[in-house]
Design a protein around this ligand. Structure first.
Ligand SMILES: *Cc1c(COP(=O)(O)O)cnc(C)c1O
Length: 396
């Protein structure tokens, strides 16, 4: 099949895309227009937590689409109410606001913290965030992010996001002043290269926020909904945050996000927060199907078994090729390369024949793995074997 160049040209050129058009997907496999198949360890950037077009999500969408798609957020609907109950029952939070993307949920978290600061903390508004963090692509969430170069891109930034260093509690403490209202972080920095916060650091943050009457906000857009082997990553650390955001996995590929907060912090007044699509029954029905699958007995045990297998396999590759080890939590893992050939490996994996493989290199010396949570043991073995061959080719 001819590549539709006119179609490609009609889209804004926001990223270098290969001349590939994907037409169908199932589980851990994607298929392009030419019929070539790809083993997918990207899954839409950790979005398709049950793989491509999983049956429970397809069924929920089909059923809900024929019943009711969007009555407007000014009215209650059943899937939104059900999913909010599931999330609050399974977590330390009491209230949920549904949104459509991670950035929008984080934007909501920032607004909620500032509102709380106005009501309870004399107008304190600063939110301490971290170098190399990623919170989204709206102006405020870009300003909250610690990505190099983002401070000047689209300047001026939204103010009030001083940056600390992950796992360095003193770097946080020195930034706290009377205007500080919250500390916000990813429990595992995803885009930053799969860097987990340490348990000690998380405990230090919870203690510091209690001492200074600050909110602790966890951005679990990438780590939430089973990705790290717990339903929510904060549960690994034995702390309870005040606010949590979810997106990516929560919709299993369908645009859905959530802002979760404790009762005392849920201070939005009528008119403060909204959005046309928030909590629409189509997306929340998909969210329910995902949640019930991930929360079913035994599901997370299997995630942890696969994570162990992936971790050991990556470590073996690292030893064989003289790389720098692997790290991560659950099925969010990274292989640290000993040189900057991440992009070359990603490209060679995609071009592999007859079947290709989709990998990600968020930094030149690092590969990131975020397979479907229901990836099979065979698929992990296949990925590891192919990766070994690809590294061998690239480094010949
Ligand atoms: C992907 C991501 C976001 C942004 O989510 P979008 O749905 O792309 O807006 C925010 N925070 C983290 C930690 C992410 O990984």
């Amino acid at each position: 099949m001819e590549f539709d160049q006119a179609g490609a040209n009609a889209l804004m050129d926001i990223t270098p895309r290969p001349e590939l058009v994907f037409v169908r997907g199932h589980g851990s496999w994607l298929e392009d227009q030419s019929g070539k198949r790809y083993l997918d360890f990207l899954q839409g950037w950790a979005v398709n937590c049950l793989g491509h077009s999983p049956a429970p999500v397809v069924e929920a969408l089909t059923r809900q689409a024929s019943l009711l798609i969007n009555p407007s957020p000014a009215f209650f609907n059943l899937p939104a109410m059900e999913l909010a109950k599931r999330l609050t029952t399974a977590s330390c939070f009491d209230r949920v606001f549904f949104a459509n993307s991670g950035a929008e949920a984080n934007e909501g978290a920032i607004k909620l913290a500032r509102k709380w600061g106005q009501l309870k903390r004399n107008g304190a508004f600063k939110i301490i965030t971290f170098d190399h963090s990623f919170h989204g692509r709206t102006l405020a969430t870009m300003s909250a992010s610690g990505k190099a170069g983002w401070d000047t891109l689209f300047a001026p930034q939204v103010g009030g996001f001083p940056k600390a260093t992950l796992n360095d509690i003193d770097s946080v403490r020195t930034l706290i002043d009377d205007d500080t209202v919250a500390i916000m972080l990813e429990p595992v920095q995803g885009e930053g290269g799969v860097l987990p916060a340490s348990k000690e650091f998380m405990h230090g943050l919870r203690q510091l926020t209690r001492e200074h009457n600050l909110l602790l906000i966890v951005d679990e857009v990438q780590t939430g909904v089973g990705r790290t082997g717990q339903l929510f990553a904060y549960q690994h650390f034995g702390i309870e945050p005040d606010i949590m955001t979810l997106a990516k996995g929560i919709g299993g590929g369908v645009p859905l996000a959530a802002l979760c907060a404790r009762e005392e912090v849920s201070v939005f007044q009528h008119g403060d927060q909204g959005g046309t699509y928030n909590g629409n029954p189509l997306a929340t029905a998909a969210g329910l199907a995902v949640f019930d699958t991930v929360n079913a007995p035994g599901f997370l045990d299997t995630v942890n078994e696969r994570a162990q297998q992936l971790s050991e396999g990556l470590l073996a590759l690292s030893d064989k090729w003289g790389m720098k080890g692997e790290r991560g939590l659950g099925l969010l893992r990274a292989l640290m390369l000993d040189r900057n050939d991440g992009a070359a490996i990603v490209e060679a994996a995609r071009n592999r024949a007859p079947e290709g493989m989709l990998l990600n290199s968020p930094r030149p010396n690092l590969l990131r793995f975020m397979p479907a949570l229901n990836v099979t043991a065979d698929e992990i073995d296949t990925m590891l074997a192919w990766l070994d061959g690809i590294v061998s080719d690239v480094r010949k």
